[in-house]
Design a binder for this molecule. Sequence first.
Ligand code: ZN
Length: 474
Amino acid sequence: MAKQNVILFGIDSLWSDHMSCYGYDRLTTPHIDKFATQGVLFENTFSAHIPTTPAYASMLTGMDCFSTDVVALRHRGGLTEDVTTLPEILRGEGYETVCVGFTGNPSSRGFDEYVNFRAWGSWDERPLHKAELLNEVTLPELERLAAGDKPFFLFLRHMDPHAPYLPPPPYDSMFYSKDPCDPSKTSMEPVKAFKPFRDFHLSWMPPGITDADFVVAQYDGEIAYMDACIQRLLSRVDELGLSDNTLIVINGDHGETLDEHDCYFDHHGIYECTLKVPLAMRLPGRLPKGVRVKGYNQHKDLTPTILELLDIETDIAFDGRSLIPMVEGKSHTHESEFYITECTWMRKHGWRTPEWKLIVALEPDFHFKPEVELYNLIQDPGETTNLADQEPEMVALLRGRMEAYIAKREKEVGHTNPMYTNLNWHGRKNYDGPFKSSEDAYNNMHIGSASQAARLQAGNKKVEGTVEEKAKDD
Ligand SMILES: [Zn+2]
């Protein structure tokens, strides 16, 4: 039998709680919902290492942050040669590999070809057509790969739910027809007051905006728009006769903080909104239809799962494990408590169990948050009440479990936890090492304009089709 192709949707900033197949009350993902009924949907998939760079590193290697040694958005240097990426493994198996929308990031190492599309813009340049532009460059690639005699691996990084949220009509008004500048609303005041992100937010939001619900509706509109555009690709896969012989996976790098936790319209803070990502996969004849798997899993499990579905064996000792035993009911769950990290706009780590979450700051943060946070995820799923002072024994217990795990992993990989060594994670040229105070972090961290944010993700290379710089901080 011919080797199966792989199409991996690695969607940036898609919080699974905002997808209708995960129970969201807005019908944001009708096509992905249908896709999920044709295969398997995982209900508890977590991004343990946020944001983009460490998350994709884990997704595309089957390793955790100790093995990839990547924790920071602004990771310095390439991906360690100690790990092999999924495209590198598949190339070794005779696959042709293409990466769409993720050029220049250390985590995208190993593809034969890189293709890009425009994913950034300002309010004046609205609407953005990110997913259509992705389709425009992807469809010819898909047709070329389908006509070739090699199996292929096509990796697609959609940027729609990633800010700026500027979907085209009718999606821009699909979930909101009120006045975003209603003078009686005040929910945008704290967003506008937050200096590190203010210039970026104001560059793509309507002038005079007062209602944060409008921005949330644009995020949801982006998801619905992308969902429709993804269906075009799925239809083309069908037309090309590839559906029965192609493993299609829909995953995301991390979620998004909308108007919760003061981390507005970005993906920092290791709260549930950034950790919860979708995972659905379809491979007719190999994966069952309409199965929903409740067991816990993380990005590090994806590469071993894909390789098992393709019947490819390697001698790599992955940190993750295949999810197929869970799909087949032979295993109930993978780790239900696990280590979580973020090194985006704050340097924090923590320990998550099904009931509790501990968050520990490794240095003062620009939101002036407490050094230790403890949430009961059952009684307070929105993580609104910090119980750290009331429950010192639970803090000590979880901290002990986290530190024991860190010590174990450091011993296994033979180096210090990268969360402890990435001390210039913030990339500030004028500030060496960890911030000494929240005031320092607040005054030194600045995302800048949309074009600066774009460059940050592309390793500071110039990104085609971005808006003019409106602010400068470095
Ligand atoms: Zn991302």
